[in-house]
Design a protein around this ligand. Structure first.
Ligand code: NAD
Length: 284
């Protein structure tokens, strides 16, 4: 499949990053979000990110301007009609993604590849929501997308070899390194990472150490570049909770129960960097 135009659905922190790397690689990008505010924030985020690359001499200003011009923003899914690939990067919620997959499949051609950037949800179950489920695949980018080299590629049980080959080949022009994993809750990345973050939250909840000290132990002692609580703030606490809930319900093992403090912070809207508060403050 020759891919020229890529749709990205969901213009939050992941969708904006995915749109940026696709545009930098020369693809036309159709970015869709239900929220016009999210689209305007995505445009600002991408502009700032490209400007940083120009400052670092990783891009010249003409290339940055051209990349930005390749991205068009829309609030209606109909804009995806002539995309050869759609990457869904909406909120980590089964009902939202299942409904979106059905609606996207109605507007694109039967050959369009439907990828999801889900952190934990079953690709096999998502594939089952559309006709031609062999074209559904997981493309799990890491945050921040323009910086992190990994893309986990997840084959649904129904994914065919042609879809897999096209998506694997696409990671090269995007400047990413693919790692193929089977469809299982949280794949490899979040099966390993999220329980560690959840345990760090339990350490805070049980008063074992302060936020700063928990992060310091993992940075200075385990050579992690960022502490688990700062990383939870970067990912978004709502996304962390959604992933823990998928691990808990799908694997049916109490070791994956979300820490009550995580649940309470999400209830309070303390979602991390994308709000003004998480484990740290971001007012400024
Ligand atoms: P986010 O909260 O920053 O953005 C989600 C966006 O989806 C919002 O702009 C929202 O308006 C939009 N949205 C919600 N419902 C929609 C709909 N029906 N149609 C179109 N847009 C809709 O979330 P995020 O961090 O960008 O996460 C997006 C996806 O990427 C999730 O599946 C998440 O699990 C996954 N992911 C997140 C990270 C991370 O570190 N945050 C890393 C890898 C993967």
């Amino acid at each position: 499949m020759d891919i020229q135009k890529i749709g990205v659905v969901g213009g939050g922190q992941m969708g904006s990053g995915i749109a940026q790397v696709c545009a930098q690689a020369g693809y036309s990008v159709v970015l869709v979000d239900v929220s016009a505010n999210a689209l305007s924030r995505a445009h600002d985020t991408i502009s700032r990110s490209l400007a940083r690359l120009v400052k670092k001499a990783a891009l010249d200003s003409l290339q940055a301007d051209a990349a930005l011009e390749r991205i068009s923003s829309h609030t209606e899914l109909g804009a995806l009609a002539d995309c050869q690939l759609v990457i869904e990067a909406a909120t980590e919620n089964w009902a939202i993604k299942a409904e979106l997959f059905g609606k996207i499949a109605e507007v694109v051609s039967a050959e369009t590849i439907l990828a999801s950037n889900t952190s934990s949800i079953s690709l096999t179950r998502l594939a089952a929501t559309v006709a031609q489920p062999q074209r559904v695949i997981g493309m799990h980018f890491m945050n921040p997308v323009p910086v992190m080299p990994l893309v986990e590629i997840i084959r649904a049980r129904q994914t065919d070899d042609a879809t897999f080959a096209t998506i694997r080949a696409l990671t090269g022009p995007l400047g990413k390194t693919p790692v193929s994993v089977n469809d299982a809750p949280g794949f490899v990345s979040n099966r390993v990472l999220m329980p560690m973050i959840n345990e760090a939250i339990f350490c805070l909840h049980e008063g074992i150490a302060s936020t700063e000290d928990i992060d310091a132990v993992m940075k200075l002692g385990m050579n992690h570049p960022i502490g688990p609580l700062a990383l939870a703030d970067l990912i978004g606490l709502d996304t962390c909770l959604a992933i823990m809930d998928v691990l808990y319900h799908e694997l049916r093992d109490s070791k994956y129960r979300a820490c009550p403090l995580l649940v309470q912070m999400v209830d309070a809207g303390q979602l991390g960097r994308k709000a003004t508060r998480g484990f740290y403050g971001y007012e400024s």
